[in-house]
Design a protein around this ligand. Structure first.
Ligand code: BES
Ligand code: MN
Ligand code: ZN
Length: 489
């Protein structure tokens, strides 16, 4: 698939050869510079009541009169000042779904005014194309053949061609990362095991020249990862502690470290979850999937920076060997933890990974986790939760999220919330009460991050969708990729 093709010329839209042309009208009034043949078709459709010049509307023409393209979709987006690029992306996604199932292999995308096309549009195009062509078939080969769309081109001006081409490049890399994250997260727990993830890390290392290290139970026990081991001990599936390194800069350059929660299935353990919708806990490795996806994007873009990805991975199961409520374990940091609820396992595997991260003398550490149901209650399914005490990192992250069309929202992280984690039997308990559950979880993690700059992303609400369209989203790979790229000096 080639979603990186650029058409930078003054040629009229009507002369473009393609299976389908998608024209996004960005303003609700027709742009005067629009190609006359396309303009005539639009006016006609408006007159006939087939198109309203309102955001979200579109119309399809087969063999449009006066155009070389075989098909034309006109899609209306909100004025760019009000809606930014996200309405362009939404209009485009709709246009692609109109074409889905049809015969178009090569689609050309244009804005009414090509001068307005920039790198952000390019990224939106590749993201929409990736979404339109992703199909989960791993355990459902009968899902059919991959969608027909093979090539996507974007029309832009010569003056901005370089910038737009870079956007397409970045977008395609992010798209590949999102696709990988979706694929891993969609795979069921009996396929996507810790060992599977370890194998995938080795494969990625081999194909892209990463150094990859996988630690087993003995090795992490030796390191003193008592919290991680406690979670894993209830499962027959062996734990894996995965470390991938991309070296794009001198050894002396402090790396960015990403830590992804890799619970390949979360039953809750002895504090077992209700059975309704428990299948969705196969997505509890969504943080790990996003870390893999980000690494996949970065190896393609080859920025001059160093990146370390850490994935602690295991199942959380109830069994005769499982950790019990009230058990006290010693983390790698030396701090003891009373495990009052075995379902708060994410923070237990992450805390040891966060301590391990110290050895890289990181410039910044970001952990990504489907950590709390409370975050879903707070923010729903649109924004990921961002927790950091560092205003500069927060700003960079929020900017990256806007740029990547992958929203996150900063949450509080005040020390007053620590009260909830007090224990009579250990340095801390692994749960607070129900109140502010995503914040107390973040406060728990913060106790292991004293030696570097740190941010935490709770993606419990954004990593997958429930219902009829059940499936992984690949978020927050776009956000993380932009954040990592922004760390390039
Ligand atoms: N993986 C879950 C969090 C989760 C819940 C993600 C629902 C997505 C949807 C996590 O391990 C968990 O079980 N958290 C508990 C914490 C509680 C016991 C303090 C939760 O949110 O209920
Ligand atoms: Mn849990
Ligand atoms: Zn979990």
């Amino acid at each position: 698939m080639d979603f990186k093709h650029l058409i930078s010329s003054a040629a009229a839209l009507s002369s473009i050869q393609a299976d389908a042309l998608v024209v996004v009208i960005e303003t609700e009034q027709r742009d005067p510079s629009l190609d006359p043949a396309v303009a005539t078709l639009i006016d006609d459709a408006v007159k006939g009541g087939d198109l309203q010049l309102k955001a979200g509307r579109n119309v399809y023409f087969h063999r449009p009169a006066g155009l070389k393209a075989q098909r034309l979709v006109v899609a209306v987006a909100a004025p760019s000042a009000a809606g930014e690029v996200k309405t362009f992306k939404a209009a485009l996604a709709q246009a692609l779904s109109v074409l889905k199932g049809g015969g178009a292999k090569h689609v050309v995308v244009a804005l009414a005014s090509s001068a307005a096309v920039g790198a952000v549009h390019a990224e939106a195009v590749t993201a929409a194309a990736g979404d339109a062509t992703y199909l989960y078939r791993k355990t459902k080969p009968s899902a059919g053949a991959a969608p027909l769309l093979q090539k996507l081109s974007l029309v832009c001006d010569k003056a901005t061609a370089r910038e737009v081409q870079q956007g397409l490049q970045r977008g395609a890399a992010i798209g590949a990362g999102v696709g990988l994250a979706r694929e891993f997260a969609n795979m069921p727990g009996n396929h996507c095991t810790p060992s599977f993830l370890a194998d995938q890390a080795r494969a990625l290392g081999k194909s892209h020249g990463l150094s990859v290290q996988v630690l087993d139970r003995k090795a992490v026990e030796k390191l003193g990862m008592g919290a991680f081991v406690a979670v894993a001990q209830g499962s027959a599936e062996p734990l894996k502690f995965i470390v991938m390194r991309y070296d794009g800069a001198a050894k002396t350059v402090a790396p960015v470290v990403l830590v992804g929660k890799g619970i390949t299935f979360d039953t809750g353990g002895i504090s077992i979850k209700p059975s309704a919708e428990m299948d969705e806990m196969k997505y509890d490795m969504g943080g790990a999937a996003s870390v893999f996806g980000t690494m996949r994007a970065i190896v393609e873009l080859k920025p001059k920076l160093n990146l370390v990805c850490i994935v602690p991975s295991c199942d959380n199961m109830p069994s005769g060997t499982a950790v019990k409520p009230g058990d006290v374990v010693t983390s790698m940091s030396g701090q003891t933890i009373e495990i009052l609820n075995t379902d708060a396992e994410g923070r237990l595997i992450l805390c040891d990974a966060l301590t391990y991260a110290e050895r890289f003398k990181p410039a910044v550490v970001v952990d990504i986790a489907t950590l709390t149901g409370a975050c879903v209650i707070a923010l729903g399914h649109h924004h990921s939760g961002l927790f950091t005490a560092d205003d500069e990192i927060a700003d960079t992250m929020l900017q990256a999220s806007r740029r990547a069309l992958d929203p996150c929202w900063r949450m509080p992280l005040d020390e007053e919330y620590d009260e909830a984690l007090k224990s009579n039997f250990a340095d801390m308990a692994n749960v607070g009460g129900r109140a502010g559950g995503s914040i107390t979880a973040a406060r728990f993690l913060s106790r292991f991050t004293g030696k570097y700059r740190w941010a935490h992303l709770d993606i419990a609400g954004t990593a997958w969708k429930s219902g009829a369209a059940k499936g992984a989203t690949g978020r927050p790979v776009p956000l993380l990729t932009h954040f990592v790229l922004a760390q390039q000096k």
